[in-house]
Design a protein around this ligand. Sequence first.
Ligand code: SF4
Ligand code: SF4
Length: 327
Amino acid sequence: MLQTQPLPFETALAEHRFFKVICGASYRNYDVIRWLAEVFTHAGAHAIDVGLDVGSVEAAVAGIRTAQAAGAGGDPAVMVSLDAGGDVHFFRIRLDRPECTDCGICLPSCRFGVFDLTPELQLEDQNCTGCRDCLPVCPTDALSLQAWGDAQDYAGLLEACWAAGARAIELHTGSGDEAGVQALWRLVADQRARWPLISFSVGDYGQGTEAVLALIRRIVGWAGSGIIIQVDGKPISGRTGVESTLPALELAARVMALDVSAFVQVAGGTNDLTGSLARERSLPIHGVGMGSFARAHLGLQAVHDPSQLDRWQSIQRARELVLSVHP
Ligand code: SF4
Ligand code: SF4
């Protein structure tokens, strides 16, 4: 019988060394997305996670092809994210212009260099990750977050993203509203054959751990085996140190104790310590996704023009993170 070769991400998941770089569901700086895709393809990543946006998919594919043309052997899957409703990853900064006094207090609060005060406050909102750090510092409440994706034509966008080269989908379960998640799943299930990698992103955003675990059981019941459960710890944080990554690992331990037939990958606060801490705790996670920390590790937090960076050094730094999952 003809044996089909497993896809690169299938092998990596089975071997507990899957690595995904997360560009962000609401992030739209195409130069940075292209750069992350290029250097992480060289570094051996298995997936590049972007928003449900044709420009983002095209940027990721262009980065992957550039790396392959330069000799990289990997072929990561480009993953697009959909929101079941109110998920924190789908928000971006909004300025209420009349309320803003151009005081500049918000400038240092943003790690991602979104604010520019020349001479009045401008937002480079394509660089916003929706981390919320700036919201409490504004004395006039001129800043807020605006949801992306409401009333989007998901079927049409999925079709366009597939045509642009996306091959993986992530369904963000948000506050855990089961009807919303199931509606999204029905849309994806109808076209499952064309999406070899499907992930559900699940976190405790106030609904409680037991509710999260119950939802995961039901998701695996609908979707069957072979899916990824992305366990989200501290969303869009990505700081250094143990404290940042522990919530993801603690929730992952509860999810793995369910013994469901799904791969468990952690994200949200993940960093270069996540893999070693999981090994110390004998927690056999199948992979790690990294977003804010990966960007900072490459020097791309407040730098929006990757041409200022050294390509070789960026590849080395990306490689450190990929290997941190499973040296
Ligand atoms: S802190 Fe608020 S009022 Fe001051 S510049 Fe920023 S958005 Fe405007
Ligand atoms: S601090 Fe976070 S939410 Fe605020 S503008 Fe910067 S990236 Fe966006």
